[in-house]
Design a binder for this molecule. Structure first.
Ligand code: FES
Length: 132
């Protein structure tokens, strides 16, 4: 069945976020770590009043190493084999061995400023399906 049922999980409130300081999250479940990030300028897939809040998996699509965020160039970087992904353009791969872009979580903000994850753009590393 291609139709996946994603959970709607509250990640944080807009008031919890500081520009360019990632917050650790898990989505769609506890085995899938990610970051929630306010970039300070509108970007692809960005939500909130400034269109600048995004979230990504931090499991490298190549072999599942944990990515680290580089605040200077707003990229996610793999210590395994050095793949790099751009947080400002939907997790697009900048360089490296991965054969897909970084999974971006689909976000929604309600009228109280609560941020929910409700989907995912690409397959999370190591999974036959994003929702198990
Ligand atoms: Fe990230 Fe290989 S696991 S580049």
């Amino acid at each position: 069945n291609a139709q996946l049922d994603y959970p709607s999980n509250r990640l944080a409130n807009i008031a919890d976020l500081t520009i360019n300081e990632p917050v650790d999250i898990e989505y769609p479940d506890a085995e899938s770590p990610g970051i929630l990030l306010k970039l300070g300028q509108a970007v692809e897939g960005g939500v909130g009043p400034d269109g600048d809040i995004v979230a990504y998996s931090v499991l490298c699509p190549h072999k599942g190493w944990y990515l680290t965020y580089n605040a200077e160039d707003r990229s996610l970087n793999c210590p395994g084999h050095f793949s790099r992904f751009d947080a400002e353009v939907g997790g697009q791969q900048i360089w490296g061995h991965a054969t897909q872009n970084l999974p971006q979580f689909t976000l929604r903000v309600d009228d109280k400023g609560d941020i929910y994850a409700e989907g995912c753009s690409d397959l999370i590393f190591g999974r036959p399906s994003n929702v198990l």
